[in-house]
Design a protein around this ligand. Structure first.
Ligand SMILES: [Zn+2]
Ligand SMILES: [Zn+2]
Length: 296
């Protein structure tokens, strides 16, 4: 809850007029406790887990001709029933496991020092913190994901997430409840290391959710932001991890490609990609074999 009784009091305290965003934030949060503001992450994650996959599903059914060239595994079509079934399973885990953990996790947010007060962070502060969060998430997630591919862990936990060898948006959080909790840790690690404003925190959770659904969407659209970010993974990159299935020791990183490159866990993927490029060039009559292309 903001420690000001009025807008004027807030302006006096920070020594300047409030911006429009700050006025809106003041009006919205003035009578809400910090705990209630934090708990906005629950409807936020719920809505994004529902609406973003629904967007991809609608694209598939309403504009099939437009989306067809961008489908990563064009021969696979997941039925509406299967999508709905997957969604219900994901929501069951969300409400029975994730929501209670989020409701109880507030003391850790207090301990970290995420603030709800004025002034609001500058756009530069938000962008730099989000960048840090993405890098930390990616690196931590990479190693946790590798651990999840150790035989026992895979068979008992991670196998659930790999049920879909051609994932779709609703399968993003289709995972064992233990996995849902463990993979939540990297998302909190960044804000713990570089704590910021609650707005940045909620924005981070939203972007992370959208990014994760995109990875599982099954579509590699040319207009996604990731196409313009260096070293970024994407739907096609993570799709390969699912396509290979249980034996997959490739493409563990969720956001960037450099961890897989540095630690050598993208060799199969890169080899396959080159083969596909060669096949395409052959079909176009442009292929001239080079001696250095060999299996890794
Ligand atoms: Zn995996
Ligand atoms: Zn996945």
């Amino acid at each position: 809850m903001l420690p000001y009784a009025s807008l004027q009091e807030a302006e006096t305290a920070i020594g300047r007029s409030l911006t429009t965003a700050e006025t809106l934030w003041f009006n919205y949060t003035a009578n809400k406790t910090d705990y209630i503001i934090y708990c906005h992450n629950i409807p936020l994650i719920f809505l994004l887990s529902t609406l973003v996959p629904l967007f991809y599903l609608l694209m598939e059914y309403v504009f099939p001709d437009y989306v067809a060239p961008y489908k990563v595994q064009p021969k696979i079509k997941v039925s509406l029933y299967e999508n709905f079934k997957c969604y219900l399973i994901v929501m069951r885990t969300f409400f029975l496991i994730v929501v209670p953990v989020l409701l109880l996790s507030y003391p850790s947010i207090q301990m970290i020092g995420i603030r709800t007060s004025l002034p609001l962070p500058s756009s530069m502060e938000i962008i730099s913190q989000l960048l840090i969060y993405f890098v930390i998430e990616d690196y931590t997630n990479y190693w946790i994901h590798r651990l999840f591919h150790i035989k026992w862990v895979y068979e008992n936990i991670h196998k659930v997430h790999h049920e879909y060898t051609a994932p779709m948006g609703f399968a993003t959080q289709h995972a064992h409840w233990v996995e849902n909790l463990v993979f939540g840790i990297p998302s909190f690690l960044g804000p713990a290391i570089a704590p910021g404003h609650m707005i940045t925190f909620l924005l981070w959770l939203a972007l992370r959710q959208i990014e994760s659904v995109e990875n599982h969407s099954g579509y590699d659209f040319p207009w996604t932001l990731k196409k313009y970010i260096p070293f970024s993974a994407g739907a096609e990159y993570h799709d390969y991890h699912h396509y290979v299935g249980g034996q997959s020791q490739s493409n563990f990183a969720p956001i960037f490609t450099y961890c897989d490159y540095i630690y050598g866990t993208d060799k199969g993927y890169r080899y396959r990609k080159r083969l596909l490029q060669q096949q395409k060039l052959k079909m176009d009559g442009l292929y001239a074999p080079t001696p250095d292309i060999k299996s890794e």
